[in-house]
Design a protein around this ligand. Structure first.
Ligand SMILES: CSC[C@@H](O)[C@@H](O)C(=O)COP(=O)(O)O
Length: 363
């Protein structure tokens, strides 16, 4: 992988300070290395499916929609060099690469959604006549389309979410569900950017989000870049900030919503939701339809990724726990639906009973 600082990855949105996490640049994927933020802004050039797999696994790119977009480009990188054969054998190759990329991380359903979409498109294209090279190009277009749609989807989520907020409100968020985690705008942070564009003031509290600090390194960074009023707090300060009356709403993203409205999101979201309920504060979950998994009945069936103990014992290089201590490091937790006030999608706002409301979104 090589490093560059390509200005092609800038856009005009205040969201993320103009940085785009993942984009197609001429003949390769250009990916912002989120592990280095906020200190260093570096882009990696990815040219193989294996590099995309590794980038998803090691959190170079993270956040459910951004993972899906990356994987879609990864499929194209995996098949573009395949020589000979016909359209049907290329479609078989797509399935093989997609199944491989699906092993990179288990929880965010957007990964599987995007890979299924690439497989489906390959199946359609295989049924058509024409050059294999044209089919490859059409698969690249599909990946670009997934990215373009995500931008519009996030903007719509922001529009719906903004109807729940009023000027001067205090809003707490956990992890990073911002522009860096999506094509643009983010999900939970989208209303903050739209509010900013319209001169409406929100006071955002960003949990730092142990152990990988997505809240401190990414959310605080991108909101600050955009000029949004953001205050960083440690995760264990959320209750205190709520008890002071400074928070009128919690809004978070999610990696997977089960059919009954249970929500998997970054570890610590469940604690925030319980605290919010104790203080009578609504908890909003913002996500695209691609994060809703009607095939997973409840949160109990959502696979929860467990990550390496080093993230806790020596995160960012410094040892902060004794060698050999037992460690439990789940990357996500499940917030039961009774703690979720509403789920905000591009198609509108869904409230309990979720089973019915979520199903209707897909009709
Ligand atoms: C719009 S992103 C929603 C979620 O993916 C986000 O809140 C989250 O938990 C990300 O976890 P991460 O481990 O950083 O990929």
């Amino acid at each position: 992988m090589s490093i560059n600082n390509n200005e092609a990855s800038a856009n005009n949105s205040p969201a993320t300070g103009g940085l785009v996490s993942v984009s197609w640049n001429a003949d390769h994927v250009e990916m912002l290395d989120q592990r280095l933020l906020p200190e260093v802004i570096e882009f990696l050039d990815l040219t193989t499916a294996e590099q995309v797999w590794e980038a998803i696994r090691n959190l170079t790119v993270r956040g459910a929609p951004a993972i899906g977009i990356s994987a879609a480009f990864g499929v194209y990188l995996g098949i573009r060099g395949s020589a000979g054969g016909d359209r049907a054998s290329l479609a078989t190759e797509v399935v093989k690469i997609a199944d491989y990329l699906a092993t990179s991380r288990p929880t965010a359903v957007n990964l599987f959604w995007a890979l299924d979409r690439m497989k489906r498109r390959a199946g359609e294209l295989a049924a058509e006549s024409g050059e294999v090279a044209e089919m490859k190009e059409a698969l690249l277009e599909e990946a670009k389309q997934i990215q373009a749609e995500d931008e519009e989807t996030c903007r719509m989520i922001g529009e719906h979410a903004l109807t729940l907020f009023t000027d001067g409100m205090g809003v707490l968020t956990h992890c990073n569900a911002g522009g860096l985690a999506t094509a643009k705008y983010g999900t939970a942070l989208a209303p903050m950017y739209l509010a900013q564009e319209r001169g409406m003031k929100l006071k955002v509290f960003a949990d730092e989000t142990r152990p990988v600090l997505q809240g401190a390194r990414l959310t605080a960074f991108e909101l600050q870049q955009a000029g949004v009023d953001v205050t960083l707090i440690c995760d264990n300060m959320a209750g205190m900030v709520m008890s002071k009356g400074w928070v009128q709403a919690v809004i978070v993203g999610t990696d997977r919503v089960a059919a009954n409205g249970d929500v998997a999101n970054k570890i610590g979201t469940y604690s925030v939701a319980v605290l919010a309920k104790a203080h009578g504060i609504p908890v909003y979950v913002a996500c695209p339809l691609s994060t809703i998994d009607l095939n997973t009945p409840t949160g109990d069936e959502i696979p929860i990724e467990e990550r390496h103990e080093d993230e806790i014992t020596q995160g960012f290089g410094k040892r902060t726990a004794p060698k050999g201590v037992k460690v439990f490091n789940p990357a996500f937790d499940v917030t039961p639906n009774e703690y979720v006030t509403a789920i905000i999608t591009e198609k509108g706002i869904v409230r309990a009973p979720y089973e019915e409301g979520l199903r209707k979104l897909f009709e």
